[in-house]
Design a protein. Sequence first.
Length: 362
Amino acid sequence: MKNVFAYLSFTLFTILLISCGNADDDVNFDINQGELGQGKEPDNCLGFESNELLLSIQDQFTTLPGKVSILFKVSDLLGNPISGLTANQFTIYEQGRNDDCFNTISSSESFARISSNSQVFSNNTLLVLDLSNSVLESSLEELKAASTSFINNVMPGPETNSFKMAIYWFDGEDELHLLNDLSSSTTELTAAIDGITADISSDPSTDLYGAVIKSVDVAENLLQESNQASIIGAASIVLFTDGTDQASRFTKDAALKAVDQADRNISFFTIGLGAEIDADVLDEIGKTASVFANNKEELETTFTQISQRVSEQANSFYLFEYCTPKRDGSGDNNLVIQLTEGGLQGAVQTKFSANGFTGGCE
């Protein structure tokens, strides 16, 4: 990425100018930090231009007789996830020990494909709702309608065990209340929302910072469970509130530290309602994206904005597989995957061992 930092500096400057000229802008999307995961920039011998798309390798493995599998996430330089890619948009380059540079591997001859990643990938969304007294008294029905719309927009159909959602809520208590455990059923999740009543809470205060910290703990535990099951996990935390932290059990610094130090496969989204929120704090908590509604009538629109981002984020993970021509005895081989999408390109380099590889891969 030879000119990425110059590009980002220009982009940041442009965004600053726009934000200064439009103080009413109610949507904030954060900048991608350019992480390539387990990969690195391609060798200069390929002569690629600077990356305009980022391929962040999450995991990779090989399967006999000769299949190479790479799980990665794709985004642009502004951090926007890229979904809907197909195998013919990727070019494979390999470099063995006898090669001065990389050779192109035919996608058709290598049976390259984007495969179903349900066996190796799990995505969980945590919808975390502020049900403190102000919400219950003034905007509960609007919140329920917006949450139902969010669930319908985010949950895939047909149902798949690789994509689940759980619903939590908080008030002033030192507890993140579970409304509905992880489920792939849209019907079950929307029924849970429909069952929320105005008397659900017994503490009218708001433990916002505690909810953030506890949500991160839940998401981290889900990723650990996935890893223990040899599944790559990603999670999204979507937090709604209409106010600021009032309980003061935890500090703002502690909440922001939990967000900043969280696993990089956890995305953070915030939705704020009304004039009593601290937009700057919600921007920092919702480092992936944050949106704000001026009034309860705008809630469904803002939830829809976030639902689109959550869906794109989940669908920007790809399991790319191909059959390599390298065979047993060739040792470690360098691999570059190049992607072209809408006139933009990005590439990432890694390596794999061909020990035990033979023909017959499909």
